[in-house]
Design a protein around this ligand. Sequence first.
Ligand code: PEP
Length: 246
Amino acid sequence: MAPRKLAAGNWKMNGDLAALAEIDLLREAYPDPGCEVLICPPALLVHPMKERVGAHKMTVGGQDCHANASGAHTGDISAVQLKDAGAAYVILGHSERRADHGETDADVAAKAAAAHGAGLIAIICVGETEAQRDADETLAVIGAQLAGSLPDGASAANTVIAYEPVWAIGTGRTPTNEQIAEVHAFMREQLQGRVSDAGDVALLYGGSVKPGNATEIFAIAHVDGALVGGASLKAADFGGIISALE
Ligand code: PEP
């Protein structure tokens, strides 16, 4: 098995029922895409989006899940519930969750284990801040986040890793191709010993990916796709990224 090629959209806290029209546009433009196409909308839209996707092979995912399957956790959503609503994936450990909700690597590992137990593919996000990059700590930070956030039993079938430099998210700035290549090669190496099929785990780059820079980014070794925020909201933009990957 080779790593999956995945164009993953993260709508964050954007979108409403009317925005599901973007799914129709994607379905029409890409009836049989040459890569996996995933959209992770706000949790309220997971089920209606899945219905809108219908028989198309596009998948739908969540943006977070609780580590428990059910219980007294007001406002939270479990991996089991996401699966029940039609999700196939869940994003975990996004830097906005780590910053806004104080999520630790251990939290992310527990959530990923829950996701796997529910039959979801976990997209585990890692990435350095600008201060950490400036201090030459990038690889140490990524290594520690990977080691702490990967649950036992992670495999290419149930786990995807997204490298998302915090300073590149929503800023229009991206690392150089050499910087992306260095981190992706490092992540591949770090997965050896932790994951039996480490060579087949999909490694996504995320942070200001647009139709205009996607082709160049996808040409970098060990970049198997992208996790896309802003440019996933409109089918015209996301389509440009899908076309660059397939
Ligand atoms: C993200 O939030 O995961 C992301 C990569 O955002 P953007 O594409 O807008 O930088």
